[in-house]
Design a protein around this ligand. Structure first.
Ligand SMILES: Nc1ncnc2c1ncn2[C@@H]1O[C@H](COP(=O)(O)OP(=O)(O)O)[C@@H](O)[C@H]1O
Ligand SMILES: O=C(O)[C@H](O)[C@@H](O)[C@H](O)[C@H](O)COP(=O)(O)O
Length: 170
């Protein structure tokens, strides 16, 4: 079987990392956190409250896709955490060997804002507006599905697993 790359997408604070880590612990697939692929300049920009532009994002996304390619070459499936807010960003991540399935983590802005306020992260709640403005939901024909991250972490992980097993991916 072709390797599968499961990409947890969604706005900052939507629960991507939490669900991805939970799933990686169960499946044992290598995991990449897109935050770790940013150059220092991007982190500084976001930390100072400025959203990234497409120009900031392209090299970052290409680097992440290169990591997926390397794993595909070794026939290794992966779990990736990346906001992948626009269709064009997802098209870039999809463009390579292996199946790429997106899991869109969704919750209302108020819930995410509250969760973000409690965590220590360079993306402060003030960035959420621009994240939602940029977000383009999964479109018809894109490989992927949406999961509500409104429940507990356990319920959310279960919903992810159900979605993946319905699609024969795990
Ligand atoms: N289902 C959930 N219920 C409650 N809190 C959650 C849930 N999922 C994530 N969180 C919390 O919300 C915050 C953001 O989650 P995180 O996984 O870091 O999101 P992202 O990777 O999308 O930025 C973290 O503090 C995390 O512990
Ligand atoms: O998990 C998160 O909190 C987000 O992913 C956050 O780290 C940020 O959104 C991206 O790293 C930057 O890229 P975008 O501005 O495209 O989300």
């Amino acid at each position: 079987m072709d390797p599968i790359h499961l990409v947890f997408m969604g706005v900052a604070g939507s629960g991507k990392t939490t669900a991805a880590e939970g799933l990686a612990a169960k499946l044992g697939w290598p995991e990449a956190e897109a935050d770790d692929f940013h150059p220092a300049a991007n982190i500084e920009k976001m930390s100072s409250g400025h959203p990234l532009t497409d120009e900031d994002r392209w090299p970052w996304l290409r680097k992440l896709r290169a990591w997926m390619d390397k794993n595909s070459e070794q026939n290794s499936s992966t779990i990736v955490t990346c906001s992948a807010l626009k269709r064009s960003y997802r098209d870039l991540l999809r463009n390579g060997p292996g199946r790429v399935c997106f899991v869109h983590m969704q919750a209302p802005a108020e819930v995410i804002e509250e969760r973000m306020a409690k965590r220590d992260h360079f993306m402060r709640p003030g960035m959420l507006g621009s994240q939602f403005d940029t977000l383009e939901d999964l479109e018809e024909g894109e490989d992927g599905f949406t999961v509500s991250a409104l429940g507990t972490k356990e319920e959310t992980l279960q919903a992810v697993e159900d979605g993946l097993s319905e699609r024969g991916l795990i």
